[in-house]
Design a protein around this ligand. Structure first.
Ligand code: HAM
Length: 440
């Protein structure tokens, strides 16, 4: 016998029958939102060329990527995220599509993160990206969709951590720090290394005043977005471009506040994110009592052109579906359970099997999920087995039923039993569906 590991690779999870309905509910909610907000769903391969991510994902992601060579020596990577692959589509085959265009995806992503609660090596993203619009309404839409998602799936207490790297970039630009230098400094900021970020700014010959302003912003206390933006404006207003970027954030917040409770929009002036393609508005969503994000995103206006496409603004976000699922099961007591059939069909004797087959088929044709037990049992055993599978209705066919061309139907909740003629199944099956709908 060959000994193979019975567990998947470390940090990667099988999704088992009792977990699948919740996973599917999250995925279906994402797809419903695609439809409601006009996002066209796309799919890309889990394996991409390494360069796609090397261009602009940032050190944090690059150091956690699964990288390998194929038999021809090509350097490939398992996708750590989906924005770069979607930008690849926009730079290539979709570059001429009418704008703005909204694209959506549900995709598994891979990162060599240290496995722990909510942090896995394979996890799902449900993502939304808008290309071709610089308007704050596009940024605000991201917040509104995420908010809609959280409400629909039952996350009650949450808030959005909001920032704008355009403000920090403007301060750095005013001191002559360019693209890559800015990315490095923002990456330090993302890791909470404010002093190191300031030191690097100094090395880039930024004036003492700029370093001070940058540091002040990085250490500024977070607060309700509408109020905190005004306070920060007083500080950075002197730098024209920084004031303009902050004005942009203000508009995004104003628009989002039309739909989202303003007290759940919290501005963190020192906020930066691990991915270095962001150029403006950024955000993350947090559930109560958990300090890792349920999802995040932001504006990345330079990414499509950087990978060889036309100049094209973009903004979007990804929901961490695997993390949301863990949050719901552990913190919101949403129970994982396997799906049950509505009907459980049991032949009580060998000669009843073919009628049981026919009956199960008719039930399915009428839209009732029906599981057929392939063996024969006594009625008592049949009840036990149907209950174990969580079925509401038990269909029993014994010798008597075969002779009379009928079936005994037992409602396992109401504890009533009826006898139906086989010809009546279609009409009667609908009454079952109705009974369940009324009861649910
Ligand atoms: P991200 O913040 O790296 O952004 O990932 C988005 C979300 O994916 C995180 O907030 C988290 O919920 C989930 N996530 C990340 N790593 C893990 C992990 N190891 N295990 C479980 N869940 C994880 C992006 O990837 C961007 N592409 C988002 C975006 C879209 N920006 C613009 N458009």
């Amino acid at each position: 016998m060959v000994r193979v590991p019975l567990s998947p690779p470390r940090g990667m999870d099988d999704i088992l029958p009792d977990e699948m309905p919740l996973h599917r509910r999250l995925v279906e909610t994402v797809r419903l939102l695609f439809r409601l907000y006009g996002y066209l769903e796309v799919e890309t391969p889990p394996v991409e060329s390494y360069e796609l991510f090397a261009v602009k994902s940032g050190e944090e992601i690059l150091s956690h990527m699964y990288v390998f060579r194929d038999a021809h020596g090509r350097q490939l990577a398992l996708r750590p995220e989906m924005t770069a692959p979607i930008a690849r589509l926009m730079a290539g085959r979709l570059s001429r599509s009418p704008k703005p265009i909204r694209l959506g995806y549900v995709a598994d992503c891979y990162r060599l993160d240290e496995p722990q609660w909510g942090r896995r090596r394979r996890f799902y993203h449900g993502g939304f990206e808008i290309f071709g619009s610089r308007e704050p309404a596009a940024d605000a839409e991201c917040l509104v969709i995420f908010n809609d998602f959280l409400r629909r799936v039952g996350v009650r207490d949450y808030f959005f951590k909001i920032g704008h790297v355009g403000v920090q970039r403007a301060i750095m630009s005013s001191a002559g720090v360019t693209g890559e230098g800015q990315d490095k400094i923002l990456s330090l900021l993302d890791k909470g290394r404010v002093e190191d970020a300031e030191e690097m700014l100094r090395q880039h010959a930024a004036s003492g005043e700029t370093v001070y302003l940058f540091g002040e912003l990085a250490r500024h206390a977070p607060g309700r977005a509408d109020e905190t933006i005004e306070r920060v404006m007083e500080k950075v207003g002197g730098i024209k471009q920084a004031a303009k970027e902050l004005e942009n954030l203000k508009k995004i917040v104003e628009l989002a506040s039309e739909v989202i409770e303003p007290s759940s929009l919290i501005y963190y002036p020192g906020f930066a994110r691990g991915l270095s393609y962001y150029t403006g508005f950024i955000f993350e969503a947090y559930g109560e009592g958990v300090d890792i994000a349920l999802g995040g995103g932001g504006r990345y206006d330079g990414l499509v052109s950087l990978i060889g496409g036309p100049e094209m603004p973009g903004v979007g976000f990804a929901i961490g579906l695997t993390r949301v699922m863990q949050y719901l099961t552990d913190r919101a007591a949403v129970h994982a359970r396997p799906e049950s059939p509505l009907a459980y069909v049991v032949p009580l004797a060998g000669e009843a099997v073919s009628l049981a087959f026919k009956l199960a088929t008719r039930l399915r044709e009428a839209g009732v999920s029906a599981e057929l037990d392939p063996s024969t049992y006594t009625p008592q055993e049949a009840i036990k087995r149907a209950e174990r599978r969580g079925a509401r209705f038990l269909f029993l066919i014994g010798r008597r039923e075969v002779e009379r061309n009928t079936v005994s139907v037992r409602d396992l909740v109401e504890r009533i039993q009826e006898e139906w003629r086989i010809e009546e199944i279609y009409g009667r099956a609908e009454s079952l569906l109705g009974r369940v709908r009324v009861g649910s």
